[in-house]
Design a protein around this ligand. Structure first.
Ligand SMILES: [Zn+2]
Length: 150
């Protein structure tokens, strides 16, 4: 990827899914697929299970197959995106989650069971994968673009 741009449509779709999970007191998780040109236009929602009240969400084995099958030949997963009941931050569980490990991959945490996405990425915590682990990007509405400037 030379320049990642996450389409607003993808973030809206993620927000709707997370709010639906949140209406049952559950966190949600999904992956954002990007084409080789860096345009991220597709959200892939795997089979998952979560604990009521939040604090934990996990992709099931079936969900791992969903993710493998959900990627087209010209795409990569550019970002993991998941919701939290309250504040957006990377928990120790998130740090240990091996969903994406290549350099430049993004991890987006959405606050308030998805409601935060109504204000876009500005309300979220956004991390980029580096050789030494996840590094939080400074606040701002266009952090997906800031990672790999267009
Ligand atoms: Zn988390």
């Amino acid at each position: 990827l030379t320049c990642l741009r996450i389409a607003d449509l993808v973030l809206r779709e993620a927000g709707e899914f997370f709010e639906l999970c949140g209406s049952r007191g559950l966190e949600g998780t999904a992956m954002i697929a990007a084409r080789a040109d860096g345009v991220a236009t597709r959200l892939v929602i795997p089979d998952q299970r979560a604990r009521s009240g939040g604090g934990w969400v996990e992709v099931t084995n079936r969900g791992k197959l969903d993710l493998a099958a959900g990627l087209r030949s010209d795409e990569v997963y550019a970002a993991r995106i998941h919701s939290h009941p309250g504040e957006a931050f990377h928990s120790p569980i998130d740090d240990a989650n091996p969903a994406l490990t290549y350099g430049g991959a993004l991890s987006i945490v959405v606050p308030y069971f998805g409601l935060g996405l109504r204000r876009g990425l500005d309300a979220c915590a956004v991390y980029v994968r580096t050789p030494s682990g996840w590094r939080e990007l400074p606040p701002g509405p266009n952090r997906d673009k800031a990672v790999l400037p267009c």
